[in-house]
Design a protein. Structure first.
Length: 238
């Protein structure tokens, strides 16, 4: 099979994964339930919660009555399916309110019931954030604006750089070099150039860990991928 045929099939598969990740609580069954939630509080403190497919420890527990956006501090929320972040949001633990939305300002808030409160209780112990999140608003590869990155990849890059980094000496050869534009209160300190790899995001010779899902999605949808990138995608993402 040619490189072009391989990448066409992979684009269809990984694009489907991206569609499955674009789900909201209450409608998650259309593409499968969320499998994991990462919560990030102030100063990079974070916790992860594994979800079950059904029952009181599934994303079904995160539904509730619609309410206005609460005041006060919150924990940033990143649900995921298949290792690819879905719609992010905020959890206002004091008010027991979860808001899931793609773009600022915050919206789509629901007051959780007892099952949802218990499920997210580990996140309620994180230090609260007061400022709005700083988020990607544009991602470029070479001269190409990657419009499809507005969603899963935006959330993945934000999640990676919210948490503490590991120290590494060099960037792997299978890295995808990206130029990122940020918006938010911390935009001035965010890296404008970074490298996405199967292990996460590299910037300043530091690795910010992610699962391989975001890299696979991006590698499968790159305009004019190199033979090295195609070979790496076939090896890593199959």
């Amino acid at each position: 099979m040619s490189y072009a045929q391989q990448m066409t099939g992979r684009r269809l598969l990984v694009s489907l994964v991206a569609v499955l990740a674009l789900v909201s609580v209450g409608g998650a069954t259309a593409g499968g339930p969320f499998q994991r939630i990462v919560g990030v509080g102030a100063n990079g403190a974070w916790r992860a919660i594994s979800l079950q497919r059904s029952g009181v420890r599934s994303d079904a527990a995160l539904s509730g009555a619609a309410v206005p956006v609460p005041r006060g501090g919150y924990v940033r929320i990143y649900p995921s399916i298949g290792g690819l972040p879905g719609v992010p949001g905020r959890y206002y633990a004091a008010a027991h309110v979860l808001c899931l939305y793609w773009h600022e300002p915050v919206s789509n808030c629901s007051r959780l019931g007892d099952a949802g409160i218990r499920l997210l209780s580990p996140l309620a112990r994180l230090p609260l954030r007061l400022l709005a999140p700083t988020v990607p608003v544009a991602v470029r590869y070479r001269s190409h604006l990657l419009r499809y990155a507005d969603g899963n990849i935006f959330a993945a890059l934000e999640l990676a750089l919210e948490r503490p980094a590991l120290v590494r000496s060099s960037v792997p050869r299978d890295a995808i070099r990206l130029a990122v534009t940020w918006h938010g209160p911390e935009a001035a300190r965010m890296p404008l150039d970074l490298a996405l790899t199967p292990s996460g995001v590299y910037t300043g010779n530091r690795l910010f860990v992610l699962p391989r899902g975001p890299w696979c999605y991006l590698a499968a949808n790159l305009p004019d991928p190199s033979a090295l990138q195609i070979e790496a995608a076939n090896r890593v993402c199959r």
